[in-house]
Design a binder for this molecule. Sequence first.
Ligand code: HEM
Ligand code: NAG
Length: 471
Amino acid sequence: MVYILLYVLVFFIISLLSHIFRRTNNKGLNKGIRLPPGSLGWPYVGETLQLYSQDPNVFFATKQKRYGEIFKTHILGCPCVMLASPEAAKFVLVTQAHLFKPTYPKSKELLIGQSALFFHQGDYHLRLRKLVQGSLSLDVIRKLPVDISSIAASTLDSWEHGSVISTFQEMKKFSFEVGVLAIFGHLDANHKEELKKNYTIVDKGYNSLPTSLPGTRYRRALTARNRLSKILSDIICERKEKKLLEQDLLGCLLNSKSEKGEVLTDDQIADNIIGVLFAAQDTTASAMTWIVKYLHDNRKLLEAVKAEQKAICELNAEGGQTITWKQTRNMPLTHKVVLESLRMASIISFTFREAVADVEYKGYLIPKGWKVMPLFRNIHHNPEYFSDPQKFDPSRFEVAPKPNTFTPFGSGVHACPGNELAKMEMLIMIHHLVTKFRWEVTGSESGIQYRPFPVPVHGLPARFWKESITC
Ligand code: HEM
Ligand SMILES: *[C@@H]1O[C@H](CO)[C@@H](O)[C@H](O)[C@H]1NC(C)=O
């Protein structure tokens, strides 16, 4: 909490300076077209305090009611245009994507590594994106269910019978292991352990105050990040000696040659590996945590999901096999539960881009350098597109959502390349969870914490009991 306050304070100071600077520098932009409606807040503080002192969704929804689908505000010292309609989101992310570049806080970029694909635009992004997409394509991940299934089973078995655990923290262990599998294939236990320990320290730095004063979390994270580079270059070295042609992400990155015949540097490879680990872990863990909660709160639905999964489990027990790729593609109810959970929870509530030129949208000016934020969550919770939006109702997905209204994985050139893997690992986890375990959520506190992805308070403390060994 103290860190967040300090963090906000630092941004106020930066915002003060940048505001003074901008005043002398922001005249004579395209006369004639207007800026979007909205308030820029008290000049130096912007509306950041408001955003951080109340549920961000309330903040956005109030604005949206007042101003409509597009409005301006100040976030963390930056003037910003928020977009709350499917058309506007498509404009920024798909049709005019070249006019909007990704933008992240510098502190995060330094922790992950500047060559990670999601910080980039244009040719370099495209090259890396093809590699990452290739290693996460259906053709490659269809071979993973056996391994993911054993990761899910051993994660669940490690939860001590009946004692309270943080569902989110435990799901993070699961999504990390699956991430490692997709990146390295079978990694030897030593490397995996070193990687895990050091990555955990990096992970704690993502949401801490970005100061590199000695003793701070951020500083510790930066040093752990350096150790990760070393571990990764050892792994790369060994892989090169063995001359293996693997289809996992590391294999794809190592084998890549640009048109001019250039290979990727070890740093470029390391940055993209850390980037994928980062993109894969908390997102999937947060979605899984919500699924555990929604199933817990909807008993009838849980019984129906159980029936669907038990049928698969019993079939497999007879034939002595574990869950197959084909089976993961044929779980109609469970699949809809996953989609509805992604809508309800909207893990990535919004994203940031920055206009690289003055852009006009529906008669409004988005000035060069301003941030734009497509608000996915508001679209997912708009009754115009999803009737009775606060109700958890998987059956709504019996009919496909209207175009551009359902984007839990984003859309356009930066859309999530891990979406199929994420869905598959969640289905497999649910399979093991509902067929072999029962659980109770403890504590009466309800509410959402932002870490920065929305997670039930305290990561959903719960007790799990193994009920059967087979099905
Ligand atoms: C439920 C889980 C997940 C959710 C909700 C999710 C959501 C998203 C979203 C919304 C974006 C686009 C962000 C933007 O446009 O600014 C994105 C990008 C990305 N995701 Fe995921 N993701 C999930 C899991 C994964 C997994 C498992 C992986 C990899 C194994 C992954 C890898 C990536 C990468 C590399 C990008 C950047 C793509 C680019 O910039 O071209 N994600 N994700
Ligand atoms: C981190 O990585 C180094 C190797 O660079 C390793 O010696 C160490 O055990 C790892 N774990 C921690 C917690 O630092």
